[in-house]
Design a protein. Structure first.
Length: 268
C-alpha cells in the first residue's frame, strides 16, 4: 500500500481500508479528496481487494469544506478583486476528484461515527453503504450558509432517500440523527458508536466473501451511469455555488455558522 499525507491505507484480507486523519473535524480540500480517489484507484488495481471501508479519526466523519482554510480564503480574495478563474478552477478540480471516487469499481462501506456535514455528507453518500450510530449527524447545511448543495448531492441524495426527503434536508439544512438516517435508508446499519468501524469491516468482509468478478459485474450494472450523472450535477452545482459565493448572504451565512447563531439573511 502507498503512503499518503492525510489518510491511512491498509489491506486486511480482501478488504482495503482508508482512514481520514485530519481530526477532530476532518475538513476536506482538493488534496484530501484526491488522496482518497488515488487510494481507491490503487484498490481497483489490486486483484486481492474486493471491497473497502472509508472511516475517519476524531469526532466527525467529515465536516465538509473548511471556510477558514488559508488557501480557500486566498482564492476568495482573488475572486473579490475580479479574478474568479483561480477559485473556479480550484473548486472544479475538487469536483473532478470527487467524480473519480464515484468511478471506483469496487464496493465501499463508509463508517460514519460522527458528523457528516455538507460536502462531508456528499463523501459519505459516495459509498455504497453507510454504517452509523445514534450520535452521528447527517446534514446538507448549504442553504443555511446561503449556498447551493454540492459534491453531487442533488443527484445522489434523492436517489438514496427519495426526492422529498432530500428536499427536506436541503431546504431546512437540519441535522438528521443516526436513528433517522437509518429509518430513511441513508444508513444501512445502526450500532453503538464504539462499534461503527468494526461493523463496517464486518459488512465489507461479508461482501468480500463473494466472487470478485461477480461483484465487479453486478456493481457495474447497479451503478451504471452514476459517475456521469454526478459529473453533470457538479457542473450545475458549481455554477450556482460560484454565483452565490459572491452574495452578501453567503458571507453572512458563513459568519453566522462560525458564531453559532441564526443568520440575518437579506436576500442579496
Amino acid at each position: 500500500m502507498s503512503t499518503y499525507k492525510d489518510i491511512g491505507v491498509e489491506k486486511v484480507g480482501h478488504v482495503g481500508t482508508i482512514e481520514i486523519r485530519r481530526p477532530p473535524l476532518n475538513f476536506f480540500d482538493i488534496s484530501l479528496i484526491n488522496q482518497i480517489a488515488d487510494a481507491l484507484d490503487e484498490f481497483d488495481r489490486d486483484i486481492e481487494i474486493r471491497a473497502s471501508v472509508l472511516s475517519a479519526q476524531g469526532k466527525a466523519f467529515c465536516a465538509g469544506a473548511n471556510f477558514n482554510d488559508p488557501a480557500r480564503q486566498a482564492q476568495e480574495a482573488r475572486e473579490a478583486k475580479g479574478d474568479p478563474a483561480d477559485s473556479l478552477g480550484a473548486i472544479n478540480h475538487l469536483y473532478i476528484q470527487a467524480v473519480r471516487i464515484f468511478r471506483a469499481k469496487k464496493p465501499i462501506v463508509a463508517a460514519v461515527q460522527g458528523a457528516a456535514i455538507g460536502g462531508g455528507l456528499g463523501l459519505a453518500v459516495s459509498a455504497d453503504f453507510r454504517v452509523t450510530c445514534p450520535e452521528a449527524r447527517f446534514s446538507a447545511n448549504f442553504t443555511k450558509l446561503g449556498f447551493h448543495p454540492g459534491f453531487g448531492l442533488t443527484t445522489t441524495l434523492p436517489e438514496l432517500i427519495g426526492k422529498n426527503n432530500a428536499e427536506l434536508m436541503f431546504y431546512t439544512s437540519r441535522r438528521v440523527t443516526g436513528e433517522e438516517a437509518y429509518k430513511w435508508g441513508l444508513a444501512n446499519v445502526l450500532v453503538p458508536q464504539d462499534q461503527v468501524k468494526a461493523a463496517a469491516m464486518k459488512l465489507a468482509g461479508e461482501i468480500a466473501e463473494c466472487s470478485p468478478l461477480g461483484l465487479l459485474s453486478t456493481r457495474g450494472t447497479m451503478r451504471a451511469g452514476l459517475a456521469d450523472r454526478v459529473m453533470a450535477a457538479t457542473n450545475h452545482e458549481l455554477a450556482e455555488q460560484t454565483r452565490l459565493r459572491a452574495t452578501e448572504d453567503f458571507k453572512e451565512g458563513v459568519k453566522a455558522t462560525e458564531e453559532r447563531r441564526v443568520a440575518n439573511f437579506k436576500g442579496r
